[in-house]
Design a protein around this ligand. Sequence first.
Ligand SMILES: *[C@@H]1O[C@H](CO)[C@@H](O)[C@H](O)[C@H]1NC(C)=O
Ligand SMILES: *[C@@H]1O[C@H](CO)[C@@H](O)[C@H](O)[C@H]1NC(C)=O
Ligand SMILES: *[C@@H]1O[C@H](CO)[C@@H](O)[C@H](O)[C@H]1NC(C)=O
Length: 323
Amino acid sequence: MRVLGSLILAVLVLSVVAQEDEKDCPVCMTNQFAKCMGSNCICFLQVSADESHTVNCTTLTRKCWMMKNEMYRLKNNIGTRRKPTEHAMLDNDGIYDPDCQADGSFHPKQCNGTSTCWCVNSAGVRRTDKGDDSKQCPELVKTFWLQIQLRHQSVEQEMDENKLKEAITKTFAAYQVDPAYIEKIEYLKEDRYIMVDLKQNATGVKSPSDLATAAYYLEKDVKGSSLFSSAYNRSILDDGILFDGVKLGFEQAYVYYIDEKNPEFSMKRLTPGIIAVIVVVCLAIVAGLIVLFITRRKAAKSHIYQKAEGRELDEMQKQQLTT
Ligand SMILES: *[C@@H]1O[C@H](CO)[C@@H](O)[C@H](O)[C@H]1NC(C)=O
Ligand SMILES: *[C@@H]1O[C@H](CO)[C@@H](O)[C@H](O)[C@H]1NC(C)=O
Ligand SMILES: *[C@@H]1O[C@H](CO)[C@@H](O)[C@H](O)[C@H]1NC(C)=O
């Protein structure tokens, strides 16, 4: 009995010590899923049962590792998924369990743990048809241009375009995007769309960052499932950005990825010379309609070809072929 008692006591003491050990380490500001421990408070991100990576909590953790960690958590039911904002109903971002390279970049060939494989760009977005195991992806094609479309909630006041652009630049800085990456910001007042063009190979960048990762963090914030620690001063999450004395909320974020080489989808209407744009994110209550709307408008405007990722792909292909 006494042995059992001291055993229980020992376990209790140990667990208290263990808890204190964790408590002593500050949370990882830029990655709420990283665990910090040890006397040096090194922070780790678990990406599979037997693989974890140290992360730097002052910089964003690369997209490939974040996706892999999300799949790991999903498969193992780790962490309660915080109820997202009321409009976060759809998840069309085509999450898969990626293969990451040692530096956290995407492996050019992805199979999602199955024997169906495809090639991705440096942002981890599919850029070829799906094939079997033998699919060849000789190189990781660079995504050099990201176009981010944010749709803000309707507001009563008149929007000052210059102030809005300033606020957006500031918002991107919170995602560690050097202003030099921002090529232009356009505002379509009547549609409430803000279009931000980011060029990965922009000149004059002082602190280089991976734009695909920044866009991924932003996308998650708009969807109400932030990757930042709750202690971090999040910039977009839930209630939006500070603008002209009010909070300006966002209801959608679309990210378009433009690669250095055309994607290789076997599509009848894809003629050489057309820049392919791959649409990945939709946080939309009526996603289908809006994607269609944008597709039509864009196609008419500039012959930019668009492609949606994930479940929407087939739908989009149909639309492309019939319009
Ligand atoms: C984290 O990144 C910052 C900025 O790149 C760098 O100055 C710092 O040394 C890094 N910290 C660690 C622990 O690697
Ligand atoms: C990857 O596999 C998971 C199941 O393990 C599935 O839910 C998901 O849709 C797959 N993603 C893609 C892009 O095939
Ligand atoms: C960036 O890359 C694109 C595509 O490779 C190229 O057309 C463009 O000239 C480059 N811009 C700069 C500033 O290097």
